[in-house]
Ligand binder design. Structure first.
Ligand code: ADP
Ligand code: UDP
Length: 235
């Protein structure tokens, strides 16, 4: 499969059309942004790691009954995916306090929650992705109740599978963001799962192995991405 036209260039990926109207090619970049695009930089090797990690995790999820957009990895940075209509919701699951949640709730980071939480942000750059609930999503016509139910069910399943899997690699899954899309009427998991979109802490040392190293200028950013990739054991 070959790239035809650039359909969209985002902050972390380029998306190309193909000869198949139902398929796209995503190309992962080394560009990194944070704080609504105000902070910009490069994380050398990130594109390949995020591409290969996403595909590895999506295969595990497929095996556990979560449908995903994955069709075929083309090379280090590029993957053929099902072309979906993205549901404009960022779905965030949290197992431990961190980031904006810790700030809002007046908690330290790294406190285990009594149960995982799910929240939605409205995926809208002009509005800076505001926090919304399912009633807002219904009222704004962003998704139907059936879609919200499927998304919530899949999101908790993704959490269960990933949390167990990362635990086996000595990594605590603190929180993450995922996106879903519509493909011929069905809700499927799209976009990516990577150190850009997950908070991953070493279970023993609590060292951050994710994009917070870039956001917070903690140093060793490339090393952290490489370390996660190394633990995945992908050949
Ligand atoms: P952003 O748009 O936030 O800058 P990216 O740089 O990651 O993010 O761009 C990738 C874009 O492609 C995102 O807007 C994402 O929602 C979208 N996308 C991801 N998977 C698919 C898919 N299977 N079909 C269509 N669009 C997708
Ligand atoms: N996240 C993301 N994209 C976003 C916002 C958040 O991938 O646009 C991820 C982030 O990496 C973290 C989780 O979602 O794993 C929760 O992020 P939070 O709401 O705490 O926001 P932040 O502190 O990153 O602003």
């Amino acid at each position: 499969m070959e790239k035809k036209e650039l359909l969209y260039e985002g902050k972390a990926k380029k998306v190309f059309t193909t000869e198949d109207p139902d398929a796209l090619i995503v190309s992962y970049k080394d560009d990194a942004t944070a704080f609504d695009g105000q902070k910009k930089g490069t994380i050398v090797g990130k594109g390949a790691i995020n591409n290969r990690m996403t595909n590895h995790v999506f295969k595990l999820l497929e095996a556990e009954g979560v449908p995903t957009h994955l069709i075929e990895e083309l090379n280090d940075r590029e993957t053929v995916v099902k072309k979906v209509e993205i549901v404009p919701l960022e779905v965030i699951i949290r197992n431990f306090s961190a980031g904006s949640f810790a700030k809002k709730m007046g908690m330290e980071e790294g406190i285990e929650l009594k149960q995982p939480t799910l929240e939605f942000s409205y995926k809208n750059d002009d509005l800076h992705d505001p926090f919304i609930n399912s009633y807002y999503a219904l009222a704004l016509g962003l998704a139907t109740q059936e879609e919200i139910d499927a998304i919530s069910r899949y999101a908790f399943k993704v959490n269960e599978v990933m949390r167990n899997y990362f635990a086996g690699l000595g990594i605590e899954l603190i929180d993450f963001k995922i996106e879903f899309g519509r493909f011929h009427g069905q809700i499927i998991l799209a976009d990516e799962v990577s150190p850009d979109t997950c908070r991953l802490w070493d279970k023993e040392t609590h060292e951050k192995l994710d994009k917070d190293r870039f956001r917070r200028d903690l140093g060793n950013v490339e090393d952290a991405y490489q370390e996660v990739f190394r633990r995945l054991g992908i050949q």
